[in-house]
Design a protein around this ligand. Structure first.
Ligand code: ADP
Ligand code: MG
Length: 244
């Protein structure tokens, strides 16, 4: 039995009058691709941020490898990386600088420029399928490459828990395949990967388990053999549609 990487118990998160998450229970294991699926506004990104410690729940517990983090930097120390849904890059900076934005606390100032440059070159070639000079200024690059930069930034921290929030949104089918190949490699190394998505076809291809959110509630977790479009749609739709 592999160990629990992330566990949420009875989590609630509100924004003023909006209840973004309520009574959310979830457990993800090491070496598992765990999908979070749900409609627009169902609380997926809020859940991603609660897992990664960026948002603190109003109620309930979040633990990562059995420990609870109370600040984003503690979460990072526990090995969490969250690739946000918003593609956050500094246009005026190089690919290299974007990849290691805010990374100094993680790698220490000891990592020489050449080492970073080579790591950046390698991961981008691996993900893009072609060479991209890490000194390229990001500004003029297409959105898909900017999205790859945010994905690579998360992966470069060698996370034990990686959260990808709609990270394939700007990627075509072939690029998504490359992302999935990389995800399978990380999984083989024991990483727990959360894939947040509203694209059911994608998660059928990659997920080991899938938790479904509806209006902020976790309405079920499907095991791999249960992950079908029909089952997911059924859970997303809820009882009202069942009666219709
Ligand atoms: P999803 O990622 O599934 O589309 P979100 O987690 O982004 O859903 O949002 C869930 C709900 O919480 C939505 O109603 C959204 O408007 C609200 N929400 C999310 N973030 C904030 C915020 N920072 N301030 C206020 N409301 C928010
Ligand atoms: Mg979202």
């Amino acid at each position: 039995m592999s160990s629990v990487a992330a566990e949420l118990v009875d989590v609630r998160k509100t924004f003023g009058p909006t209840v973004a998450l309520d009574r959310v229970n979830l457990r993800a294991y090491e070496a598992e691709v765990h999908a979070i699926i749900g409609g627009n506004g169902s609380g997926k990104s809020t859940l991603a941020k609660v897992i990664s410690g960026v948002l603190v729940p109003d109620h309930g517990q979040v633990s990562i490898f059995g420990k609870s983090a109370t600040t984003p930097s503690e979460s990072k120390e526990l090995g969490i990386a969250n690739v946000y849904q918003e593609v956050l890059v500094a246009d005026e900076c190089s690919v290299l600088d974007n990849l290691f934005l805010g990374a100094d606390g993680l790698f220490g100032a000891a990592e020489p420029h050449d080492v970073r440059y080579e790591r950046a070159r390698q991961i981008m070639a691996d993900l893009l399928g072609f060479e991209l000079d890490p000194d390229t200024i990001v500004g003029e690059l297409p959105l898909s490459i900017k999205q790859w930069i945010t994905i690579a930034r998360g992966m470069l921290t060698n996370p034990r828990v990686l959260i990808l929030d709609e990270s394939s949104a700007a990627l075509d089918f072939e690029a998504t395949e490359r992302l999935f190949r990389k995800i399978r490699e990380m999984k083989a190394d024991g990483c727990a990967i959360f894939i947040v998505t509203h694209r059911i076809a994608e998660l059928v291809r990659i997920a080991d388990r899938a938790t479904v959110l509806r209006d902020g509630l976790s309405v079920g977790t499907l095991e791999q053999q249960e992950i079908t479009e029909e089952n997911i749609l059924h859970l997303i739709a809820g009882p009202e549609r069942e009666r219709a």
